[in-house]
Design a protein around this ligand. Structure first.
Ligand code: ASP
Ligand code: MG
Length: 456
């Protein structure tokens, strides 16, 4: 029998009573499952900040340890009726936090955070979730077991902080470790290098770990549980009547995620599309008794009457503009620029060039560093270097967008009517997405205008 991989994220683990909801969902499946969990909401950020503070101040180690212990104790007291179970679980949690404490103390004494230690420390958010959830399931009489990625092993390419899972190398081990007909609880967010080092799969990467495990198991589906119904036609915070999207193709889901729809990690689709494993998005908060997905992501590509399925945005875009007469025509400028950024580990999201400018779209976190690097290159043809911040990319996504005339026209008319100027427009790079860049101040009005143009 094929298994289902179910992923629960930080948004399902905000409050202590949230775990009971997960237990109800898990029971409702009434079949063996692989459960992949994230850290409790906010914990990874907490651990990230601690990395820095423990370097300076040893007292911060104890502060963090006490904070985590307090938090977990609350969850345990809330979720176990049986005192013996509560005691046993608290002991196991203390033991795990003690391991973490040793790494943090090490960081303080060496006054530095080696990459491989950073990845280990940040994995503890997930490790605490899996330990506690598994104990709670057992205390509810469910036949479950915690399974760690290093026990499989879930093998990665070894890049710290942002690794890629190697499915072929992982498949046999993952299948073996998770072979029994029971429930396994797996901490998400990390795998191990071939040398056995813990490597994180990038921020928000638990979706991607769950997808990789689903791929290795050739699962029936990957079920991603959220606190929202699924993909929507626009962010419900920005438009009045967003509609839920029941079906999306893999490409649409990947583009929507890339362009900022926070439902799935952009890499979730990657392991699954080739082997046709569907992704189902479900809402824990509205769950009552039946497992009913809000959105299903699969290989069928449906062109709707509207063409556009969703309009989304990301604030994480900045432009680095290299200007100079003929800069777009001269050989080598782009090559030198991109290789300098590549060597510094800076990802270029997109490049748009003209005769007089090369515009690189970069993440906001990278723009200052990128500016300094390119300035240092002293490229003779570049007479002006400009970093433009506070930008938002607005993307419309839907199968058929490239082949249907008039979509871009309607979109730009809609924003023009609101006097919004699109600073840059890109179409054609993706078969299902068109996007443009506006100043962040125009974001809300742009989304509103486009959504009402297409969704009335
Ligand atoms: N806890 C990790 C993060 O916050 C991974 C995840 O939540 O998916 O980035
Ligand atoms: Mg997430």
């Amino acid at each position: 029998m094929k298994k289902i991989v179910a992923k629960f994220g930080g948004s399902n683990l905000k409050k202590k009573e949230d775990i009971l909801k997960l237990v109800r969902v898990i029971k409702a499946y009434n079949k063996p499952l692989i459960i992949v969990v994230s850290a409790f909401y906010g914990i990874t950020n907490h651990l990230t900040n601690a990395l820095d503070s423990v370097k300076q101040d040893e007292a911060q180690v104890k502060n963090l340890v006490n904070f985590l212990l307090g938090l977990k104790e609350e969850v345990i007291n809330e979720n176990f009726e049986d005192k013996e179970w509560a005691k046993k679980t608290l002991e196991a949690v203390e033991k795990r936090i003690c391991e973490l404490e040793r790494f943090l103390t090490g960081i303080h004494y060496i006054g530095d955070v080696p990459e491989f230690v950073e990845d280990v420390v940040l994995s503890y958010g997930e490790r605490l979730s899996s330990l506690i959830l598994n104990a709670i399931l057992q205390s509810h009489g469910i036949n479950s077991e915690e399974a760690l990625p290093e026990e499989m092993p879930l093998i990665t390419d070894g890049e710290f902080g942002n690794a890629t899972v190697h499915y072929q190398k992982s498949e046999e081990g993952v299948k073996n470790r998770l072979k029994e007909d029971k429930i396994y609880v797996v901490p998400g967010f990390y795998g191990v290098s071939e040398k056995g080092k813990i490597t994180l799969l990038g921020r928000g990467g638990s979706d991607y770990s769950a997808a990789a495990i689903a791929r290795c198991l050739n699962a029936e589906s990957l079920d991603v549980w959220k606190d929202v119904d699924g993909f929507m036609s626009a962010d419900p915070k920005l438009v009045k009547n967003p509609v839920r999207i029941t079906d999306l193709s893999y490409t649409e889901a990947a583009e929507l995620s890339y362009f900022g729809a926070g439902i799935l990690h952009p890499r979730t689709v990657e392991p699954l599309r080739k082997v046709n494993i569907p992704i189902r998005i479900l809402n824990v908060d509205t769950f009552s008794t039946a497992i009913i997905p809000g959105t299903i992501v699969h290989s069928q590509e449906t062109i709707t009457l509207n063409i556009i399925k969703s309009v989304t945005y990301s604030d994480d875009f900045c432009i680095l503009s290299l200007k100079g007469a003929g800069v777009g025509m001269k050989k080598g400028v782009l090559a030198k620029t991109t290789s300098a950024l590549d060597m510094a580990g800076i990802n270029i999201k997109s490049v748009i060039t003209s005769q007089i400018a090369i515009n690189l779209l970069l993440s906001a976190a990278d723009i200052k560093r990128a500016y300094q690097l390119i300035e240092k290159l002293q490229l003779p043809t570049v007479t002006e270097l400009q970093a433009i911040e506070n930008l938002t990319t607005v993307a419309v996504v839907g199968e058929g967008i490239l082949e249907t005339s008039g979509i871009a026209g309607r979109m730009f008319m809609a924003i023009a009517k609101k006097n919004i100027n699109a600073r840059m427009i890109a179409s054609g790079a993706s078969p299902v997405a068109t996007y443009f860049v506006v100043s962040s101040a125009d974001k809300d009005a742009s989304i509103e205008a486009i959504h009402s143009e297409f969704f009335g």
